[in-house]
Write a protein that binds this ligand. Structure first.
Ligand code: PLP
Length: 484
């Protein structure tokens, strides 16, 4: 493809993307294809002779689009939605047009400098302490691929810091602390690094948040048998139920463990701190006081297209100490002088995508007020849904709704408690068979429940009303089948 062919194909692509967005509402939310559908449709190897791009572009429409689940659909309420914006799409397009892996400042100065500026902007937007700004030259922010990568980086840095202070400790003695509600990223970090993970119990009574007392007890127990907890992955806004660990209590419990790293995973909820009223529900004061690192995914509820996981650390040197490997071919004048950030030492790979460009486009285009309005509208939509659930005689909230997440289930008074999981599995199975809505299920200490997470950028009040009507219809059929 030459430049003029690209111009033509590019205009067509934008036209088709616009048509896609216009037609989104009428599409099934979840893809309706069967496993293996694509292998049947595509040849087994690369074509011997290159094909005309128009044919390839048409095949995208014909073969790929039907196999996509539409995360931007207004009735997508599964997992945590990934709100995507046109500004973000354009940022991706420009970034990929330069295709420059800005691992060192010199490899592409704008990539490094924009990332340092945009992560400072985002830190201010969320109310993070100035200690986390790049401009502090001590702490700083970096854009990672995912929250799981952010945790891996935090754990690697925490381990290096711990072992530098305790050289006598062996890897087998080290323990990563999580809770039973921590996202799978906690276990995965242990798996990848070959370290043990201890998931601390949390309870319904505490809304699944970790208490300082439970942490203190675990630290004492492990201390007594020579195990060395060196990092705690705390959560603000857990995936299952939006649980928030009690960070102030946790901060106090770890006060006498100076080398226990506190990482706060606020992958979903963190961006809501752009609104002052959600800062304390997300424990901002304690994050600012105690966290060694903090992460939130702007690619979930923060309007920046996937991937865009923002991570901040209080001491950038901890990342560099753990991750800096500099063979001769990576040395640069400014890197050697230490006058620039070399982001290759702040993440796992070497090459890195120019993610800050889309973030810059989105944050500038929305501004603080536009960003806050989007977050507040989403919370309002969720509150409307939660109100319908809590006022209904047949549904019940399993935990109090948090921000844009409602966890609920069908609880008809006529049915004994021990039948409710089975009933709700049947109810969920009906919901998940529908093509006009997407939700996900979870289990909270043995209670099977359903999650509705608002966040797709195009969800409106009517979509919420329709979602509730679907719940009522499917509940009626489920209960009728149950009675028969
Ligand atoms: N942490 C929380 C609380 C999440 O809800 C999720 C995903 O939903 C993750 C981490 C994982 O995020 P990622 O896919 O960016 O690793």
């Amino acid at each position: 493809m030459d430049i003029e062919q690209f111009r033509k194909a590019g205009y067509q692509a934008i036209d088709r993307i616009c048509d896609y967005y216009y037609s989104l509402q009428g599409k099934p939310v979840a893809s309706q294809v069967e496993p293996g559908y694509l292998r049947k449709a595509l040849p087994p190897s690369v074509p011997t002779v290159g094909e005309d791009f128009q044919v390839i572009a048409d095949d995208y429409q014909k073969l790929i689009l039907p196999g996509l689940t539409h995360w931007q659909h207004p009735s997508f309420f599964a997992y945590f939605p990934t709100a995507c914006t046109f500004e973000g799409i354009l940022g991706e397009l420009y970034a990929t047009s330069a295709s420059n892996p800005g691992f060192n400042w010199s490899a592409s100065p704008a990539c490094t400098e924009l990332e340092a500026i945009v992560t400072d902007w985002a830190a201010k937007l969320l109310g993070l302490d100035a200690a986390f700004y790049n401009s502090s030259e001590v702490g700083g922010g970096v854009v990672q691929t995912t929250a799981s990568d952010s945790v891996l980086v935090a754990v690697v840095a925490a381990r290096a810091r711990y072992l530098s202070q305790h050289p006598e400790v062996s890897m087998e003695e080290l323990v990563i602390y999580t809770t039973t509600q921590t996202h799978s990223l906690g276990k995965k970090a242990g798996l990848v690094l070959g370290l043990s993970v201890r998931a601390l119990e949390v309870s319904f009574q505490d809304n699944f948040g970790l208490r300082g007392e439970a942490l203190r007890k675990a630290l004492e127990e492990d201390g007594a048998v020579g195990r060395k907890p060196f990092v705690l992955i705390a959560t603000v806004g857990s995936t299952s139920s939006g649980a928030v660990d009690y960070l102030e209590e946790i901060g106090q419990a770890v006060a006498s463990y100076p080398f226990l790293w506190l990482h706060v995973d606020a992958a979903w909820a963190g961006v809501s701190m752009a609104c002052p009223e959600y800062r304390e529900p997300c424990q901002l004061t304690a994050v600012n006081k105690y966290a060694d690192s903090f992460c939130t995914n702007f690619h979930k509820w923060g309007l920046i297209n996937f991937d865009s996981s923002f991570m901040w650390v209080r001491q950038r040197q901890n990342l560099i100490n753990a991750l800096d490997i500099t063979p001769e071919f990576l040395r640069t004048k400014h890197g050697d002088a230490g006058t620039v950030i070399d982001y290759r030492n702040w993440h796992l790979g070497l090459g890195r995508r120019f993610r800050s460009l889309k973030a810059w486009f989105v944050l500038r285009s929305y501004g603080v007020e536009g960003f806050q309005k989007y977050i507040r509208d989403t919370v309002k939509h969720n509150e409307a849904f939660a109100k319908l659930i809590s006022e209904s005689a047949q549904f019940a909230l399993v935990v109090p709704p948090f921000l844009a997440l409602t966890v609920f289930r069908l609880e008809p008074r006529s049915l004994p408690k021990d039948k409710l999981n089975e009933l709700n599995r049947a109810f969920y199975s009906r919901l998940s068979a529908r093509s006009d809505i997407a939700l996900t299920q979870t289990d909270l200490n043995g209670t099977f429940c359903i999650r509705l997470a608002v966040g797709a950028a195009r969800t409106t009040e009517e979509d919420i009303t329709r979602a509730y009507a679907i719940m009522c219809d499917e509940a009626a059929v489920t209960l009728k089948e149950w009675d028969e």
